[in-house]
Design a protein around this ligand. Structure first.
Ligand code: T4K
Length: 397
């Protein structure tokens, strides 16, 4: 059996670098006529035709009543949080992208971190329940990687305590739970259409809601509070999406069947190949959830695998496989937060385990099956040669 390059010193398993993701983009032939139309009309932003078409398409695909496109999900979250009553805290997870947590801080709240489930990596409802007090303005749950939070429990908790539930669904566009498209849960949801996401507007995002009053408020806030040419009704920000981004979004959506099919196939290949490997645990997919399979997250259990997640991560790079530790570090361990009282108060044993063990493997529609096969061979070879790999890695520190 071929040995990993870290110990063989020979040719790597893959001759070219493979990253955790790569966007599926339209061709120049597809983009040109649309850009030409934009250039001809000279309408480049501020709720133009392409923007409105994309907004309508998102509503159609998700069945949500209102969608607002925005320049990215972080700003979308910030604007959404700005609609909340002036209380002190937002309950959330530390196992997320920094944008989630910074949006909370920038909106004038402090994050109140709750622990997560070891299987789904999403908020643990029991922990959320016990964290609620009169200072909590909202629960901001994150549908992280390829699973969804226990939405029924979140809704129950929110309803019984009179607290709105919001979702950071940056990862979950076009996913469904018990037949309902993600976009329709809680008071509102926020999506990311960043270049690393399955559906991309280069930079971009959307806020979805079925609440008309909230939609009207958000519509003001994303455009500097401007009501009309003579009235500024609220303290807002410029969070709008440009026409060029919307063009990429419309073209990207046309490829959605291809994107979802490819991701599903690759995900099942990874599962088939790696689920028997001792020390590898897949992120669980909640019953009734139809994921978009945008991320392929596994946990590396050092005692059974023979290498820690960090060691495997490093070893893979010698064979040109660049996985990612999404999400490490946890929110309360960021340099900018670790000395704050809210960070010190966070005792989150499950989150600590997941952040220490999680590894997101390369997963994107244009990734060939043959490469997934090689990545799986390589991971198995790492497990079978854990001792010598560890020794080499230690020597190279
Ligand atoms: N909430 C959650 C749960 C999120 O995960 C995110 C974003 C947000 C909120 C905020 O959404 P936005 O405000 O960004 O809309 C990337 C993305 O920048 C970020 O959007 C995303 N989550 C996060 C999970 O991934 P990095 O720091 O990992 O990006 P980077 O530049 O290291 O790229 C990762 C890989 O993607 C590269 O190794 C290669 C590939 N890549 C990247 C770019 C930028 C490309 O092939 N082409 C590209 O243009 O954060």
């Amino acid at each position: 059996m071929k040995l990993p390059a870290i110990i063989s010193g020979k040719k790597p398993f893959l001759s070219q670098k493979v990253f955790v993701t790569m966007p599926t983009l339209p061709s120049i032939e597809e983009v040109t006529p649309m850009l030409a139309r934009m250039l001809k009309t000279r309408w480049v932003t501020n709720f133009g035709d392409f923007h409105n078409q994309l907004q309508d398409k998102i509503k159609e695909l998700t069945g949500v009543k209102y969608a607002l496109l925005c320049c990215n999900a972080t700003i979308g979250l910030l604007v959404l949080l700005k609609t909340l009553p002036k209380k002190e805290k937002i309950i959330t997870t530390p196992f997320t992208f920094p944008g989630t947590i910074h949006a909370i801080q920038m909106a004038g709240f402090t994050p109140c971190f709750c622990d997560i489930s070891l299987d789904s990596f999403t908020l643990d409802p029991e922990c959320v329940k016990s964290a609620i007090d009169s200072r909590v303005a909202a629960i901001l749950a994150v549908n992280v990687l390829s699973d969804i939070v226990d939405v029924e429990a979140m809704q129950r908790i929110g309803k019984s305590r009179g607290i709105p539930v919001l979702y950071d669904s940056a990862h979950a566009f076009l996913a469904r739970y018990r037949g309902t498209p993600v976009a329709n849960f809680g008071r509102a949801e926020v999506f990311s259409f960043h270049g690393t996401k399955l559906f991309t507007t280069l930079e971009g995002g959307a806020i979805t809601t079925n609440d008309k009053a909230l939609y009207q408020r958000l519509r003001l806030l994303i455009n500097c509070g401007i009501k009309d040419a003579e009235h500024v009704a609220a303290v807002g920000i410029n969070a709008k999406m440009s026409e060029a981004s919307a063009i990429f979004g419309l073209l990207s959506l046309k490829k959605r069947h291809f994107i979802l099919r490819r991701l599903r196939n690759l995900a099942s290949m990874y599962r088939k190949r790696l689920s028997g490997v001792p020390g590898i645990k897949f992120q669980q997919i909640r019953k009734g959830f139809l994921p978009n399979n945008q991320y392929m997250a596994i946990r590396i259990q050092e005692d059974k695998f023979g290498l820690s997640r960090d060691e495997l991560y490093r070893a893979l790079t010698y064979d040109n496989v660049f996985a990612r530790k999404y999400f490490f570090p946890l929110g309360h361990h960021y340099d900018c937060y670790r000395d704050k009282a809210f960070a010190k108060a966070a005792i989150l044993p499950n989150a600590q385990i997941v952040a220490k063990e999680v590894l997101c493997l390369p997963q994107y529609p244009l990734l060939e099956e043959s490469k997934v096969g090689v990545i799986c061979d390589l991971i198995e070879a790492c497990r079978n040669n854990a001792g010598p790999i560890r020794k080499k890695l230690r020597a190279r520190r």
